[in-house]
Design a binder for this molecule. Structure first.
Ligand SMILES: Nc1nc2c(ncn2[C@@H]2O[C@H](COP(=O)(O)OP(=O)(O)O)[C@@H](O)[C@H]2O)c(=O)[nH]1
Ligand SMILES: Nc1ncnc2c1ncn2[C@@H]1O[C@H](COP(=O)(O)OP(=O)(O)O)[C@@H](O)[C@H]1O
Length: 390
């Protein structure tokens, strides 16, 4: 619920900023004006205790709102700058911060935020960490139980250990004999997982064969942060949720050569009891229909002969293998010093860094180009480019 309206307004660069007895001017607090709303980020009465709080002032009702905040929250450093981008997100640049922690986005009206706002009926904002460069698109692999998804993924990971990384899902099902917690799955309690889903920590989740399964945002992002290509082994319901999310992925559906062969493989694997096998075979029918229906999957592979299917999978993945990683050396040295000025030109931010005799921060002009952003809350915002100009 909103708080009492501020008593008076302070004029800053032709904008009216609300202040009152409940809002003293704070250190390291930024205000961004978007339509009838003002987004106040951070703030502290002294420099030792900077908060990451976000408050939204509604100029129509004259009240302060406490929004629900999604995404990985940043830790604000001593000072930051807020720049409005496209009226749907605020770029937060942290000065004196490490290169992998200096660019953040506060989404205020992106499709993700709109969807959550509608769902909760409350003011919503979402953090997303900005990442320089791209990683190759994640790969979503789906198919009925026993078709060979795990076998194909294991082969890929074995042959290319530094290229691919597995998104370790959470599940409420019991571990199988050789499964390890944190490697094959994060085995978890249902109530804990339901709470985490409610708190926006999952990219997708679904009830499959009577158990809850889900991909946490961190599961995908830690693989991408390692600059590996992420592989998700998820069911068709999860695949369709990922399709609707901000994660751009390649969707591959694996089919069995026949229902009889699927049953044979499932029984031969010997990991389920009769009742579970029957349930999985019943569900396979609907999964195959959904998998083959147009629009959801980009590619369908039939896993008849394992080696042939594996070769076909590799051929598919080689088609769009590209990364646009920044120069490691450049990023190691990059930091926005306290002494700097910013200007926005189209889809670029020009950062003029002054010299600082106390440290080795860079000086000169840098360009932060956000013309081809991808991803976003609840995960990372990728596709940023940064370069120095002469
Ligand atoms: N939606 C969703 N499905 C998952 C996830 N992890 C695994 N699954 C799917 O859950 C189903 C059952 O997986 P599992 O119990 O390991 O059995 P298996 O398919 O026979 O290997 C499979 O279709 C998996 O693709 C997840 O994070 N999200
Ligand atoms: N092309 C294939 N031909 C014969 N058996 C296969 C083939 N692919 C996988 N298998 C076997 O089928 C069983 C199920 O494979 P698995 O990878 O566990 O399936 P999923 O992960 O899709 O449930 C395993 O015992 C595996 O060794």
């Amino acid at each position: 619920m909103g708080e009492e309206a501020p008593e008076c307004f302070l004029e800053i660069s032709d904008k009216l900023l609300p202040i009152g007895h409940d809002l003293k001017p704070q250190i390291n607090q930024s205000f961004t004006f978007i339509g009838d709303k003002i987004y106040a980020v951070g703030g502290s009465e002294d420099t030792t205790n900077i908060s990451t709080s976000i408050k939204v002032f509604d100029r129509l009702t004259g009240t302060w709102l406490d929004p629900t905040v999604f995404g990985t929250k940043l830790t604000l450093s001593k000072s930051h700058e807020a720049i409005l981008l496209n009226n749907d997100r605020i770029l937060i640049l942290e000065t004196e911060s490490s290169p992998d922690n200096c660019i953040w986005f506060l989404e205020v009206d992106t499709p993700f935020v709109k969807q959550k706002r509608k769902l909760l009926g409350n003011e919503v904002v979402a953090w997303s960490k900005g990442v320089i460069g791209d990683v190759p698109k994640p790969i979503v692999i789906s198919g009925p139980s026993g078709v060979g998804k795990g076998t194909l993924i294991a082969k890929l990971m074995m042959e290319f250990p530094s290229t691919f990384g597995f998104s370790v899902s959470h599940t409420t099902r019991a571990p199988r004999e050789k499964e390890m917690n944190g490697v094959h799955y994060h085995f978890t309690e249902r109530s804990k997982m339901e709470k985490d889903i409610q708190d926006g920590k999952f990219l997708e989740s679904a009830l499959v064969h009577g158990n809850l399964y889900g991909t946490s945002i961190e599961a995908v992002e830690t693989v991408s942060d390692d600059e590996k290509r992420c592989i998700l082994d998820i069911d068709v319901q999860g695949a369709s949720q990922v399709r609707a999310s901000s994660l751009e992925a390649i969707f591959i559906f694996i089919c069995p050569p026949s229902n009889e062969e699927l049953e044979k493989r499932l029984r031969a694997r010997g990991t389920e009891n009769e009742q579970q096998i029957e349930k999985r075979l019943r569900n396979a029918k609907a999964e195959l229909l959904r998998g083959k229906s147009p629009g959801l999957f980009d590619h369908i592979l039939v896993n008849e002969d394992l080696e042939t299917c594996y070769q076909n999978l590799k051929t598919l993945l080689a088609l769009d293998e590209h990364t646009n990683a920044p120069s490691q050396q450049f990023m190691e040295n990059f930091k926005i010093p306290i002494s700097h000025s910013l200007s926005k030109v189209d889809s670029k931010i020009l950062i003029q860094c002054g010299t600082n005799e106390l440290d080795s921060s860079p000086s000169g002009m840098f360009v932060l180009d956000f013309s081809s952003l991808n991803g976003g809350a609840p995960g990372r915002t990728r596709g940023l480019r940064i370069y120095a100009t002469d």
